[in-house]
Design a protein. Structure first.
Ligand code: NDP
Length: 297
């Protein structure tokens, strides 16, 4: 790739800044796919194995950026991206930043890159390093920012993991990344409480209980699309099979069971409190969609 219009099919080459656990996984995927890869890392010693596998180690970040039209950054945080790129000439370059950050950091970084003459795409990696370069693992990267950049480099970007372009607002990949991970932490909270309830029992082994829990959580995830539809339509009651009235009536059993098992209810009480508030506000026939508005905005 020598300019914005060149196809990465014709010249498969790019630059990667950052060879931590994630950057190294991305680098290996591009090398394995035959890409010519220029790399830079603050601690150059970390590049040794990749150089042996065919990567070219640049003397500095600015040299690495100069080597190719496309530069991908995968660094610790947004501040390290600013530091690494401080001396680089970004004029006419394409910059894809896979570093985790907040939506406002991504928007500010986009404005910063565009002011220096670059096109910019922010990425949120929905995978852990062992999933990179393994399509069947299901990992993907959320992208937002320049659609032209995404189109120009979609072949290269699709090598390490799946790609999902989420629109032109550069903050939206970071926002959806954090939103998806927040959903995961809710699941982890429920799972931690569930394991705590059963682990004091001699004849319930955690490893035998685990598949029951995993299957149940997957089955219950079917309610998520319904919540999405309800939030969009504003009708939170139609089609609800398990309304808040019934669920709130059962809350005491959950708290009593936790008490009997010597388990703290601290992970469950926040959601129970929201359910009670919404039911008391006259929304007993709703499911969970009404809880969203209690949180904001
Ligand atoms: P690591 O801690 O393994 O690597 C961090 C990288 O950032 C290293 O290359 C490090 O260089 C570099 N770095 C840190 N500070 C600076 C600085 N001030 N200037 C220049 N370079 C700096 O992290 P990962 O590779 O795991 O993660 C990279 C990004 O990917 C992060 O934003 C992370 O949130 C994201 N991510 C990671 C996932 C994971 O499971 N690992 C999952 C999803 C996203 P040096 O070698 O010199 O220390």
């Amino acid at each position: 790739m020598t300019d914005h219009t060149a196809s990465d099919v014709v010249t498969p080459s790019l630059t990667l800044l950052g060879l931590g656990a994630m950057g190294t996984a991305f680098a290996r995927a591009w090398l394995a796919a035959g890409y010519s890869l220029t790399v830079w890392n603050r601690t150059p010693g970390r590049a040794g194995a990749l150089v042996a596998e065919g990567a070219v180690l640049a003397a500095g970040a600015a040299d690495a950026v100069a080597a190719n039209a496309l530069t991908v950054t995968c660094l610790l945080d947004d501040a390290s991206v600013g530091e690494a790129l401080a001396g680089a000439d970004l004029t006419g370059k394409d910059l894809v930043d896979l570093t985790t950050g907040t939506p406002s950091e991504a928007r500010a970084r986009a404005a910063w890159a565009e002011a220096r003459g670059a096109r910019f795409l922010s990425g949120g990696i929905m995978a852990v390093p062992p999933m990179i370069g393994v399509p069947e693992a299901g990992g993907y990267v959320l992208y937002s920012g320049s659609p032209e950049l995404f189109e120009a480099h979609r072949t290269a970007l699709a090598v390490p993991a799946g790609t999902r372009f989420t629109g032109e607002n550069p903050g939206h990949a970071a926002l959806q990344d954090v939103a998806l991970l927040s959903g995961m932490y809710g699941m982890v909270a429920g799972a931690a409480h569930a394991f705590a309830l059963v682990r004091g029992e001699k004849d319930i082994s955690p490893s035998e209980f685990a598949p029951l829990l995993a299957e149940w959580v997957v089955a219950m995830s079917a309610m998520i699309p319904q919540i999405g539809r309800q939030l969009e339509s504003g009708d939170y009651e139609s089609g609800v099979a398990s309304g808040l009235a019934m669920q709130v009536a059962g809350v005491q059993s959950f708290l009593d069971t936790a008490h009997e098992q010597n388990v703290s209810p601290e992970l469950l009480t926040p959601v129970f409190n929201l359910m009670k508030r919404r039911a008391q506000d006259g929304h007993e026939r709703e499911g969970f969609a009404g809880l969203v508005g209690l949180l904001g905005p």
